[in-house]
Design a protein around this ligand. Structure first.
Ligand code: GLA
Length: 705
């Protein structure tokens, strides 16, 4: 809901439990007023009537108060917008008009000297507390081209508090999404990717709490960017303690685009959320919003998949995949995915990328017979691609060496023996469309795992006037390709992968059905990775595989099949072990877990997620709630001194009925949990929940390791 007051120069946007307000001064400065609990227009007017902040020598009265601080004028904060011509740098704005379009507010400003138009977009949907913000910058004059050095999607202003704590998700390959919290101090904290993709190093998300939020209580502010290329989020604590968060595409101010007359740039969305429900409440609000408004077709459940990458690597054949498919189908798998090495001369990572036709040696009859067999086994068929890349040893590169990003006369850096195609080029776009559309039309493929296995290094574009633009144009090219493929092949689901979790953000999630969380499939490491991931994103998109033990891919750790399954069942379950090597007992046990997952899948993928205990070494647990059902997954990482593990306090379960429950230890002492004593099934609970509208929970399933 949008309320406009103060003679049409003040706005209050309200969602289900929060409001966001700002106003224009007489000098057309757009000042932030409020972000927090719900308020009305009169409250915003009262806030504005408090007048300007005190004047301090050497300080700006605008800093820390503006909705979108730009470069130029009496400002010293990090600007969200920085524009220049050959002769003039910075901007001076005149307010144009405000347009309310459903739940979106558009404020238009113009800068006469540059002939520049700026539109600030704010959207808050009635069923959410997420504010979606983005900007459009347009060259509306007929003067010289304008260089956009920086055009952030938004600047967020936090209220005055004594201190703030910053939460972030950092990592690297095989260790993504690890949660850390630290005190925010004066100055700037910059999180970014300079790599051309979202990156394993940070999820583009921050959360700030006034140093006291817990998992279920307290104020939390969060901001998340929807961009799959290089990006920057800067959190700045100003001299008077005010905090502002800016974020957008591009990693510094060195240039996004050059706008000629008539051209425009639309930034990605930088979304913000306020919650009073602690970190868990904030996560659930993010999840609900993504499921309702970001992730395509999110109401559909994701199938259990099988992928043999960890087991077979590049050594694949049609017969081997067919045999694995039979075993996977017998286990209850619903989607069979052929990973790398099915195409061109791809027998190792040294060759073949770019040539997206089935290998004549490994799939002499093409893909169709295998797809048919997989379908006949009752499973969907999926395939791996890495369209933005090329090996030097490929037909594509031999024909078009100029299609890769490179600087003239400089070495072309290879990572994993591959180069990055310049998706900003139209001919590259056309080629990829033809290849991928051709592939999806050649056989009834249901699913595509879209990978991206190296960062940008030599981001040059010989012959192009403003090569710097390829950073943004590459992402636009990727999005356009995905959008076009989805439109042409509406039955095909897509997974975003980048050597694991190197491309996870709201932008890619608005075009894909799930993401590959990490190449690290060790079930113990995964607990922390998944805990971090769910701070922002829902379990519905968090792919997790059960692989072999010992974990030869990473650390050699031995774990039970039970532990591996219960760890992977916290997200979208997949199996990635070498089924040819699994014993009959293991296959039968796995079948039981897959069956159980299918029973609890609606809760895991669409339920409310409560992190009962964080994976910090001892017992950790997650509880999912949907309607009147709940499921609890619990893991004991290590047991010390013979002590009993702590009791888990489940949510919303006040009275227990049904068979008595006793706590048990597993024979080897590596896991423990709760188990129904009477029938070995799952304990049943009845619950009372006095204070909210949640219906009582009638059935509770606990899965413990
Ligand atoms: C990446 C992915 C893996 C696998 C390989 C194939 O590393 O993360 O899951 O698909 O590529 O080369």
């Amino acid at each position: 809901m949008i309320e406009s007051v103060g003679n049409g120069r003040m706005w209050v946007l309200s969602g289900s439990a929060s409001s966001y307000a700002f106003c224009l001064t007489g000098a057309d400065e757009l000042l932030h007023l409020h972000w927090g609990p719900r308020i009305r227009g009169v409250d915003a007017e009262a806030l504005a009537a408090q007048g300007p902040p005190p004047y301090w020598p050497f300080e700006s009265q605008l800093d820390g108060h503006e909705e979108y601080p730009v470069e130029g004028g009496p400002r010293f904060v990090r600007p969200s917008l920085s524009v220049r011509t050959e002769t003039v740098r910075g901007t001076e704005w005149t307010f144009g008009d405000a347009v309310v379009d459903g739940d979106e507010l558009r404020l238009r400003f113009t800068d006469a000297a540059h002939g520049l138009g700026l539109t600030l977009h704010h959207r808050m949907r009635a069923d959410a507390d997420v504010i979606e913000r983005w900007v459009t910058v347009a060259h509306e004059g007929d003067g010289p081209a304008l260089e956009l050095l920086r055009a952030d999607a938004a600047a967020w202003t936090l209220p005055r508090r004594d201190r703030w704590r910053l939460s972030q998700l950092h990592g690297r390959w095989a260790a993504e999404s690890l949660l850390v919290r630290s005190e925010l101090t004066y100055g700037e904290k910059v999180l970014s990717s300079r790599r051309g993709h979202t990156g394993h190093q940070h999820l583009p998300w921050v959360a700030l709490d006034p140093d006291g939020a817990t998992e279920e209580r307290g104020e939390v502010y969060g901001c998340a960017l929807g961009w799959s290329g290089s990006w920057r989020i800067a959190v700045q604590q100003l001299p008077d303690g005010l905090v502002q968060i800016t974020g957008g595409a591009g990693y510094d101010d060195s240039g996004l685009l050059r706008l000629a007359p008539g051209e425009s740039y639309t930034s990605p969305v930088f979304a913000g959320l306020w919650s009073e429900g602690g970190f868990g409440g904030a996560s659930r609000a993010w999840h609900a919003w993504q499921l309702a408004h970001v992730i395509p077709d999110a109401r559909a459940g994701r199938p259990v998949l099988y992928n043999s990458w960890e087991a077979t690597g590049f050594d694949i054949s049609e017969e081997q995949q067919r045999e694995l498919a039979r075993r996977a189908a017998a286990m209850g798998v619903e989607l069979f995915v052929v990973d790398d090495a099915w195409f061109g001369q791809r027998t190792s990572d040294r060759a073949g990328l770019g040539d997206w036709t089935p290998s004549a040696e490994r799939f002499p009859r093409g893909l169709t017979p295998l797809v048919g067999e997989v379908h006949a086994l009752g499973m969907q068929f999926g395939i791996w691609v890495e369209p933005e890349m090329v090996n030097a040893d490929s037909e594509l590169y031999r024909a078009h060496p100029d299609w890769v990003q490179h600087h003239p006369g400089r070495a072309r850096t290879e990572f994993r023996n591959q180069l990055v195609l310049n998706l900003a080029r139209e001919d590259v776009q056309v080629y990829l469309w033809e290849q991928l559309d051709g592939l999806l039309s050649s056989a009834p493929i249901d699913y595509v795992k879209w990978d991206f296995n190296r960062c940008f290094t030599d981001a040059g574009w010989p012959g192009e006037e403003y090569p710097q633009k390829l950073w943004v144009a590459h992402v636009h090219g990727l999005y356009a390709l995905l959008d076009r493929l989805r439109a042409a092949h509406p039955g095909v689901a897509f997974e975003s992968c980048s050597g694991g979790g190197g491309r996870i953000d709201l932008g890619i999630l608005s075009r894909t059905d799930q993401v590959w969380t990490s190449d690290n499939t060790d079930p113990l490491d995964r607990l922390a990775i998944q805990d971090g991931f769910t701070q922002l994103h829902p379990a519905r998109v968090m792919a997790a595989w059960v692989t072999d033990s010992p974990n030869l891919q990473l650390n050699g750790r031995v774990s039970t099949l039970r532990f591996r399954f219960v760890s992977a069942m916290a997200g979208v379950l997949g199996v990635g072990g070498d089924l040819a090597e699994w014993s009959e007992e293991e296959l039968a046990e796995a079948r039981g877990w897959v069956d159980l997952y299918k029973k609890i899948r609606p809760l895991v993928q669409h339920g409310e997620l409560h992190r009962l205990r964080a994976p910090e070494g001892g017992l950790s647990a997650v509880q999912y709630l949907l309607g009147d059902e709940t499921v609890v997954l619990a893991w004991l990482q290590a047991q010390h001194y013979g002590e009993q593990p702590p009791r888990l306090r489940l949510l919303y379960l006040l009275d227990r009925v049904g068979p008595p429950i006793r706590r048990v230890r597993t024979p080897r002492g590596v896991g423990c949990g709760y188990q129904a004593a009477a029938d070995g099934g799952f304990p049943r609970f009845a619950a009372r929940r006095p204070t909210t509208t949640r219906p009582p929970i009638r059935k509770c399933e606990q899965v413990a390791e």
